[in-house]
Write a protein that binds this ligand. Structure first.
Ligand code: HEC
Length: 337
């Protein structure tokens, strides 16, 4: 199978979305008649009906995964976790996430459960598997026609069954934009919110700190931050604060460039990490030696900055934790215009 570096794939996916347009918008042809209402099994072993229980009347964000995936699916799922953090007020109430396996032969409910738990433990996010033919029929309706798990699409599908609006989006678009696209599926939210749905502002967060496009920072934010923070605690993987102190450089390079090779070499440090972080492995992200060097330099600089800030006695309000992962509970907009 042809292999693209993940970073290139991400760019390609984002571009194909910009230029490719969205599917099935506007009509209600994706409704009760469209989706197979077959029985599927959740990560908790519950049997539910795909349409009646997971789609009917709901706003949904749908993704496609398989648990033995070593590159994009864990990253996609981690990016969705970032979206979920931002729509916490609605998740499990109006908005629901459904992640469908593209490998129903191998993905048992138990495997889905340990994968799911590595990312999110709250309500409102269902991982499903089931009879291979049924799961394939659902995937096909959502645009995943390939039989080969590794060829599945890395897009997400957004829909509102009640209004019949459906669209495709990318988990690699800016998280803020994905959040808005999801919220936009809700007519009530749209009414109370007149701002344009996709403010295409350049990324100018993190005022203050010497930001100007350090390459390591850009990579970190897009590809690592869904799973790691620097100094804000463990997320899906370990907090990387001071990781350049706790590990030596050759090890870090190998870990960032190809964790699966490191694991194949029976590296004891990685074995110990694997025992602590269950359910999901750090993916192979196609990082080059230059990328790894940029990332290591960014991790060191950022850790130093945080150490400096922490050494200062309670200063004013320095908004120091410029990590996207820390944005919990953002976004309750005033509901009255
Ligand atoms: C899908 C989630 C995910 C993504 C994305 C990810 N990691 Fe990880 N990372 C993990 C997990 C989980 C571990 C723990 C090791 C394991 O079990 O695979 C880990 C471990 C590590 C470690 C070792 C930490 C330690 O304490 O020794 C480093 C360094 C690291 N990751 C760097 C990165 C960098 C740099 C990126 C971005 C290029 C990245 N990771 C992207 C999940 C992820």
């Amino acid at each position: 199978m042809k292999r693209w570096p993940v970073a290139m794939l991400i760019v390609a996916i984002a571009l194909s979305l910009l230029y490719g347009g969205s599917a099935a918008a506007g009509s209600s042809r994706w409704g009760k008649e469209y989706f197979p209402n077959v029985e599927v099994i959740t990560q908790n072993g519950e049997k539910v009906h795909f349409y009646d229980d997971l789609i009917k009347g709901k706003i949904v964000l749908i993704s496609f995964i398989f648990t033995s995936c070593t590159d994009l699916c864990p990253l996609t799922t981690a990016r969705i976790t970032q979206v979920v953090d931002r729509i916490e007020d609605q998740i499990g109430k109006k908005i629901f996430v459904v992640s469908i396996t593209v490998d129903p032969e191998n993905d048992t409910p138990a495997k889905l459960k340990s994968f799911a738990d590595a990312f999110y433990k709250g309500p409102g996010w269902t991982f499903i598997t089931g009879k291979p033919d049924d799961i394939r029929a659902i995937n096909a309706k959502l645009g995943n026609k390939s039989d080969v798990a590794t060829d599945h699409r890395n897009e997400i599908v957004l829909g509102n069954d009640a209004t019949g609006e459906w669209a495709r989006n990318s988990p690699f678009a800016d998280i803020e934009n994905v959040e808005l696209a999801v919220r936009d599926m809700d007519p009530a939210w749209r009414e109370g919110h007149h701002a344009p749905a996709t403010p295409l502002a350049p990324a100018t967060d993190q005022k203050g700190l010497k930001l100007q496009a350090e390459p390591g920072q850009v990579l970190f934010k897009k590809i690592c931050a869904p799973c790691h923070t620097i100094g804000v605690g463990d997320r899906i993987g370990p907090d990387l604060l001071d990781v350049t102190v706790r590990r030596d450089r050759p090890w870090l390079e190998k870990m960032i460039m190809n964790p699966f090779r490191l694991r194949a070499e029976k590296d004891p440090t990685l074995a110990e990490l694997d025992a602590r972080y269950k359910g999901v492995r750090m993916p192979n992200l196609g990082m080059s030696a230059t990328d790894a060097a940029d990332l290591i330099s960014y991790l060191a600089t950022k850790s130093d900055e945080i150490a400096e800030l922490r050494a200062q006695p309670e200063t004013s309000h320095v908004h120091s934790q410029g990590n996207e992962a820390a944005h919990h509970g953002h976004g309750s907009m005033g509901s009255h215009p």
